[in-house]
Ligand binder design. Structure first.
Ligand code: ATP
Ligand code: MG
Length: 189
């Protein structure tokens, strides 16, 4: 609660301009990064836009909720994380797979056939040095003007934050997991 009175001025500033597209980054250690990205996916679908989702971390059955619905709603869905072998110590193999995954995603961005491209958990590939952040920054910077991009994942690299329009850090205040509650269908996946 605050002592402030409710606003009376129109909060929409007249000098605001329209952008052909924006880049959103959802990062931080709290829950909500991917959830918010899929919220944007729904908004875009509601406008009749083409949407593509690229998931970079192996999901198994976990993301079955949003993937199932996304496919039903006509989203172009790529589970690119399925190619990674998480227990391998073969850095070169991981790099090669990351490059393949990135080739798919960057191709989708450059093709310009989708109004929204969600790059879910992409930051990890940069943070693990499987992917050069510069390649991501270049693809985002040189994207067709109408292509909006949403990137999720912890510890978004500085270069990506620099080229983004909207960056949100989800902060971990509490998480049910801390109290031993396992991930819930319908809530977490
Ligand atoms: P969500 O997909 O729920 O929006 P997220 O994308 O912000 O989560 P991820 O690290 O991708 O975060 O989380 C994947 C899974 O881990 C989800 O089931 C989520 O509920 C859970 N999770 C997210 N944040 C935390 C946290 N701080 N502690 C424990 N589990 C978490
Ligand atoms: Mg996530």
């Amino acid at each position: 609660m605050t002592d402030e009175p409710p606003p009376t001025d129109d909060p929409i500033r007249p000098e605001l301009r329209r952008a052909p597209s924006v880049v959103l980054v959802n990062t931080g250690d709290g829950k909500g990064k991917s959830t918010a990205a899929f919220g944007v996916m729904l908004r875009a679908l509601a406008r009749g836009w083409n949407v593509a989702v690229c998931q970079f971390v192996k999901s198994g059955d976990w993301k079955v909720g949003e993937e199932k619905l996304g496919r039903e709603l006509g989203v172009t869905w790529h589970a690119l994380g399925d190619g990674f072998t998480w227990d391998s110590n073969d850095l070169e193999a991981d790099r090669a797979r990351a490059a393949e995954a990135w080739a798919v995603a960057s191709g989708i961005i450059a093709a310009g056939e989708h109004h929204v491209v969600v790059l879910d958990e992409l930051t990890y590939l940069c943070n693990w040095s499987w992917l050069d952040t510069k390649d991501v920054v270049d693809a985002v910077t040189n994207r067709p003007a109408h292509v909006n991009i949403v990137v999720t994942g912890r510890d978004a690299p500085a270069g990506l934050i620099d080229v983004a329009d909207t960056v949100t850090e989800m902060r971990h205040v509490k998480h049910a997991y801390d109290e031993g509650v396992r991930a819930m269908r319908g809530i977490d996946y």
